[in-house]
Design a protein around this ligand. Sequence first.
Ligand code: ZN
Length: 255
Amino acid sequence: MPILALTGSVGSGKAKGSTPHNAPADVILVRDRLINLGFTWVSGAAKGDEKEFIRTIKLFQSICAGSGKLIGDGRIDLKKNTHEWLESENAPRWVKIFNQDGPGWKCTSDFKESNGGYCSSWLYYRLWCAGIIYRALCFFNQIADAPPMWVRECSPTKGGNAIGHASHETGIDMDMRLPLLPPDTNKWDDLGSNGYKNKRFHKSAAIMQLTAIKLAMDTRLVLFNDPDLIKRGLCSKYKNHDQHYHIRIKPASKT
Ligand SMILES: [Zn+2]
């Protein structure tokens, strides 16, 4: 476990009792740990009460809390939850997903990188696992012409407000377009409202995708409106989700 040997609290608010608050050496330790975890934009932070530094602590807290919107108090108290998470081997990292792909998935990268090209390492890692399982399921169930999972917007470059989304602020949400039947297996067209009824929709590939997501991604939410797939327990209904899946993961546990 990486040790973050703080002497007091860091971030928003004031000192409690005789415990130091925002001692310069503590601020540097937190800043360097955040940089090490991929939240690199805090590299210029010199003081613990700087707005962007506190916002980044909130982003980290929101991921750990499993919130799709920015929450948290922006404060690290000695030996409390946020401090423990920063010390955890399994602390969430901030990674780029734009232009990336892996077995069974591909980022379509046809949206603004700055609005959806980044996510937490937890989401990224579980997507890799789901992609591999999806390929295996297609093989064993003899699903021919199964397209990759078409990953679209996750979160903005530094988290925070994502245009066109109610959540997607903290790197734990992801959208996916639907798989299409031949000859369109390399396309991820927006099938619009009632998209799941469209005759181009590759339903058997979608069943394998959602099964893999359920097995590998420890989801809090999978939103998609196809009544057959809802009946199978693979997703649930939510307005405007006829033509894509929205996935939100649960937090990992501290190790
Ligand atoms: Zn979404």
